[in-house]
Design a protein around this ligand. Structure first.
Ligand SMILES: [Fe+2]
Ligand SMILES: [Fe+2]
Length: 410
């Protein structure tokens, strides 16, 4: 098959990307398009780009909805290999026979079509041509893949002239094909700036709302560069350990924890971001392993199936994510039960876990409003409903949760 690869930040994925994909397929030059949201982008990291799992799942959902039945797929390859995601690295990784065959089969491409030797094209707008030779190892890219260039009427790039120029620069004839495109033109940077999401697919618009992406004031401004970098890097790492729903939940908890720290104690911002992000990191590990880690952290304090992921999470935060700060480790350990003498960081993570924007288990409007002005009152409301739930089910409340309730005067 001829396979077009469309890499990008997709921050957010928009209708311009969709018309690019549609144009590439209609050109007949490629039989399929694989969309590849960036992982460790060499030019954008930390606060310059939304954490990769958000962009990956946003793009995947939109493609699945809008290109149903057509050969358009989304690959997580840049979230799975370590190191910087250069275009060359990604093309090399994706074109490995074992990867691409398994990927195509998993996406419904049957038998010999998936098995054959494939030809790859990197899809780009014509604006990349005048400086393409400056790309990281540009000549190597062109030796293993072609370029599939979208040309817009009046875009000011003389494609044929550029192709000849690149032949001279590289000393060989690169495989460059062109298709015309006249669909929607949009820019992610403008969409982020204007907060006007009408040029994004319906799925993306909903996704942005659900996870409160691109808010008026970016909460990441509250955290240090190092913490924001770590948040982005750990988000990619967490992708290995958590499924979609829980991963997005735990990232949301990180950001909401950061917001609460910004309100109640700015010195806790970095710790809140990271503790929130990692609070559920162990929840999808093998249960026996969780139990073993829980015992390692807290002895016999937590043996219940629902509670072990919290102390296990602290152990995992140490091992996998290099966390040594005891306050962060405690906030993770006690995020499910609470404890007597909760620190402010404990309270922040506990509350953010209950109230992050994608939570829909109850109408949380009042709690969310209260959380911005009186953290103890908001906690009281949340813990009261936890208490009710336990009582109605006739379940025992953990003794340290009772200590927590006593502290709150419940
Ligand atoms: Fe949890
Ligand atoms: Fe959680």
């Amino acid at each position: 098959m001829n396979i077009g690869l469309l890499g990008g930040s997709f921050d957010p994925f928009h209708k311009g990307h969709e018309s690019l994909i549609d144009g590439a397929l209609r050109s007949g030059i490629v039989d399929a398009v694989i969309v590849i949201p960036s992982g460790r982008n060499p030019f954008k990291s930390g606060r310059n780009v939304t954490a990769a799992p958000y962009r990956y799942y946003m793009t995947k959902g939109a493609v699945e909805e809008d290109f149903k039945g057509r050969n358009v797929f989304v690959s997580d390859i840049e979230l799975t290999y370590s190191g910087t995601s250069f275009t060359l690295t990604t093309i090399k990784e994706i074109s490995k026979a074992t990867y691409i065959r398994a990927f195509l089969k998993a996406n419904g491409i049957k038998g010999s079509k998936a098995e054959e030797n494939h030809t790859f094209y990197w899809i780009s707008g014509s604006d990349v041509l005048p400086t393409f030779e400056k790309w990281h190892k540009a000549d190597e890219i062109l030796k293993i893949a072609g370029l599939l260039i979208a040309s817009r009427p009046g875009d000011g790039v003389d494609v044929n002239k550029e192709i000849i120029r690149l032949e001279n620069v590289f000393g060989f004839v690169p495989d460059i094909d062109v298709f015309e495109i006249d669909g929607i033109e949009a820019a992610s940077s403008e969409i982020r700036k204007d907060k006007d999401f009408s040029d994004t697919p319906k799925f993306v618009e909903e996704f942005i709302k659900t996870h409160d992406l691109y808010p008026e004031v970016d909460p990441l401004n509250l955290a240090s560069d190092e913490a924001v970098e770590k948040f982005g890097e750990d988000a990619i790492k967490l992708y290995r350990f958590l499924g979609q729903k829980r991963l997005l939940h735990t990232l949301n908890v990180g950001i909401l924890s950061l917001k609460y720290a910004g309100i109640y104690d700015k010195s806790l911002c970095d710790k809140a971001l990271i503790a929130g992000e990692l609070h559920d990191c162990a929840k999808e590990l093998d249960e026996a392993l969780q139990l073993q880690m829980a015992k390692e952290r807290s002895g016999d304090l937590f043996l219940d199936k629902k509670l072990i992921h919290s102390p296990a999470g602290a152990v995992m935060a140490q091992r996998e994510f290099n966390i040594t700060d005891p306050e962060i480790l405690d906030a993770i350990t006690y995020h499910t039960t609470g404890r007597g003498g909760m620190t402010l960081l404990d309270k922040i993570v506990y509350l953010a876990d209950k109230l992050e924007p994608s939570r829909t288990y109850a109408d949380l409007t009042r709690e969310r409003i209260l959380a911005k002005t009186d953290i103890d009152e908001a906690l009281k409301m949340c813990v009261k409903s936890v208490k009710k739930k336990f009582e109605s089910r006739g379940q025992q409340i953990h003794p340290i949760t009772i200590d927590f309730m006593n502290d709150l005067g419940l």
